[in-house]
Ligand binder design. Structure first.
Ligand SMILES: Cc1cc2nc3c(=O)[nH]c(=O)nc-3n(C[C@H](O)[C@H](O)[C@H](O)COP(=O)(O)OP(=O)(O)OC[C@H]3O[C@@H](n4cnc5c(N)ncnc54)[C@H](O)[C@@H]3O)c2cc1C
Length: 340
């Protein structure tokens, strides 16, 4: 069988299938290491799934998140385990090499996928999958744009991923090791600006003093439009995984973790032929992430006093974290419990 796309989803699935004795041709059109626009945070449930599939990469660990809105802030530590900050050029290459070293996997870098009459294909080719023409794909009404880069000279970076909510956009800061920091920003299209990362670093009061000596060390990469929903992710001879199967707004920080968590259900479905079971699990994950994304966007848009009140509501912050970690479903009951 063939896997189109050698990013985290495709490489991890190739490892899992190869280990189960299934012969896989893994196609990656680019050459690793390559940079990728991303916030580079891997949430603990994604770390646990990755460990099971490929082992633990040597990447900086984080113990939780820190949300900041205006003068309010809230720390939310992961109840179990730790997150990782995975520099995508390094991480994607590490995982692809592990796939290439797995028995039964023929990993072909620099080779775009072309159908060769395989009995079964996996689409792991990201947000702009070539397989989307066969499926109904919905995108959010308001276009969102993401930027990411790396920097040195940012002071006070610690072992929590920092998320700054600001009326112009959201800014993410996370340690990537060796004194370098990931800096990413998300915008609604009408607020987007090319220099958005440095602009937010200079504009957000809670970080601008720490950012006086910042120098970017990698090119600023952009991705748009963000957010993508599918109502089906399998057909008779095809299964979609990772962003190809639907990508929540990156405000959830959940894309890679969701890809990792879908690998075993996908492999089970391919081995047993019960593709519908995978579809159920993957669509449920996607719905949860999407609802979480909508709520976080609402928090982000809430300015001044509202954001302040939301972040001060400890039970809401821990519930949002639980939902992001897949420990609670995102529904009305969860929200009501959190609000009481
Ligand atoms: C700004 C931004 C911030 C983000 N922040 C986070 C975060 O903090 N945490 C998180 O978990 N997620 C985050 N995400 C989401 C995360 O980047 C994705 O969920 C993740 O990359 C999905 O992995 P994937 O393997 O499905 O797809 P991709 O990483 O997109 O990999 C797909 C691969 O397929 C290859 N390909 C494409 N077409 C073909 C073809 N025809 N033939 C062969 N190969 C092909 C591509 O070259 C690519 O290497 C963010 C995304 C953005 C845009």
């Amino acid at each position: 069988m063939a896997i189109a796309g050698g990013g985290p989803a495709g490489a991890a699935l190739a490892i899992e299938l190869g280990r189960r004795g299934i012969r896989v041709n893994l196609y990656e059109k680019k050459r690793h290491p390559r940079l990728k626009a991303c916030g580079e945070g891997l949430l603990p449930h994604g770390v646990a799934a990755l460990c099971d599939i490929a082992g633990l990469p040597d990447a900086p660990r984080v113990r939780g998140l820190r949300f900041v809105a205006g003068e309010a802030s809230a720390d939310a530590d992961f109840p179990d385990g730790f997150g990782l900050v995975v520099r995508r050029d390094w991480f994607d290459c590490w995982l692809f090499e592990r796939a290439a070293a797995t028995p039964n996997v023929d990993a072909r870098m620099g080779t775009p996928y072309r159908p060769e009459g395989e009995p079964f294909t996996v689409g792991a080719d990201g947000r702009n999958s070539i397989f989307h023409r066969r499926f109904e794909v919905r995108r959010p009404g308001r276009t969102r744009v993401g930027l990411s880069a790396h920097a040195i000279g940012l002071e006070g970076v610690n072992d929590r991923v920092e998320v700054f909510f600001h009326r112009e956009g959201e800014l993410y800061v996370a340690p990537t090791g060796g004194g370098e920091t990931l800096v990413a920003a998300l915008f609604h299209r009408e607020r987007f600006r090319r220099d958005g990362i440095t602009h937010l670093l200079r504009t957000i009061p809670a970080i601008r003093d720490r950012a006086r000596r910042v120098e970017l060390t990698s090119p600023v990469l952009a991705a748009a439009p963000l957010g993508l929903r599918l109502s089906r992710v399998v057909d008779e001879r095809l299964l979609l995984i990772g962003d190809a199967a639907g990508a929540p707004d990156p405000i959830t920080g959940d894309g890679i973790a969701m890809a990792m968590a879908s690998v075993k259900p996908a492999a089970d479905a391919i081995v047993s032929g019960d593709l519908a079971s995978y579809q159920r699990v993957r669509l449920a994950m996607g719905r949860n992430a999407e609802r979480l994304g909508r709520l976080l966007l609402a928090v982000s848009r809430a300015e001044g006093r509202t954001a302040h009140v939301l972040l001060r509501k400890r039970s809401l912050v821990t519930t949002l974290l639980d939902v992001a970690l897949g420990r609670q479903p995102m529904n009305i009951r969860t929200l009501v419990k959190a609000a009481l």
